[in-house]
Design a protein around this ligand. Structure first.
Ligand SMILES: Nc1ncnc2c1ncn2[C@@H]1O[C@H](COP(=O)(O)OP(=O)(O)OP(=O)(O)O)[C@@H](O)[C@H]1O
Ligand SMILES: [Mg+2]
Length: 202
């Protein structure tokens, strides 16, 4: 298996921005959000089971998941959420594992927003990188990008691991509190370090 760095961080901390920069430098990226959308897209590998479990009315004419309808269901129904996750999570994990195994780059970045909230990925990872920023900045960035209100962003943050716990579990922390150039400089440093780790392991 390739050397694998798990990348995570709270909502709006800059995971996607950092990931794009690592990819531009040549890291292979395996993104669990992307895999999840593929599994629930037209003809996706999760769709037969979702239709059987929840009914054909959750499948759009093109064969993809009716996301709005499913979101409305799981929002107020913890059991439905659990049943959906019982279908998706093992498929996402297995797809991630096989893509890491197939990767041809020097190392793989596995992007999992809730990486530290689960144990499922631990055995695939050599290191954990947390993208971190001040909570006020986190709220500001998410609000600038979406139509969410301050209190809505804060309630999403409450459902995630507290910042201090996330930081305590990191091997590497990227503080994304300054501008994009500062982010890029730190990504470049980490990339060089990961190339070194990967070489040492090979
Ligand atoms: N250093 C920075 N300076 C200014 N804006 C930034 C910086 N880093 C990220 N942003 C902006 O903040 C927003 C959130 O960043 P990004 O989408 O990378 O975070 P994320 O962690 O992937 O968020 P999510 O949890 O929603 O997936 C984006 O609009 C991005 O362009
Ligand atoms: Mg993102």
């Amino acid at each position: 298996m390739a050397f694998c760095v798990g990348l995570t961080g709270g909502i709006g901390c800059g995971k996607s921005s950092a990931t794009d920069m690592f990819a531009a430098l040549g890291a292979a990226v395996v993104d669990t959000d992307v895999i999840s959308r593929e599994l629930t897209g037209p003809g996706g590998a999760a769709m037969d089971r979702i239709a059987r479990e929840f009914g054909a009315e959750y499948v759009l004419p093109d064969g993809s998941l009716d996301r709005a309808r499913m979101r409305a269901l799981v929002f107020g129904d913890a059991d439905a959420k659990r049943r959906l996750e019982a279908i998706l999570h093992p498929l996402i994990r297995e797809t991630s594992r096989s893509r890491i195994a197939d990767a041809r780059a020097a190392y793989v970045l596995l992007v999992v927003p809730l990486l530290l909230e689960t144990d499922s990925y631990r055995d695939l990872l050599n290191r954990v990188l947390v993208i971190d920023c001040d909570e006020a900045r986190q709220v500001e960035r998410v609000m600038a990008r979406s139509s969410l209100r301050d209190d809505e962003v804060r309630s999403i943050m409450k459902a995630q691991l507290p910042r201090a716990e996330r930081l305590a579990r990191a091997d590497d922390v990227l503080r994304n509190d300054a501008d994009i150039n500062h982010l890029r400089a730190q990504v470049e440093q980490l990339h060089a370090r990961y190339l070194g780790h990967a070489k040492a392991q090979a």
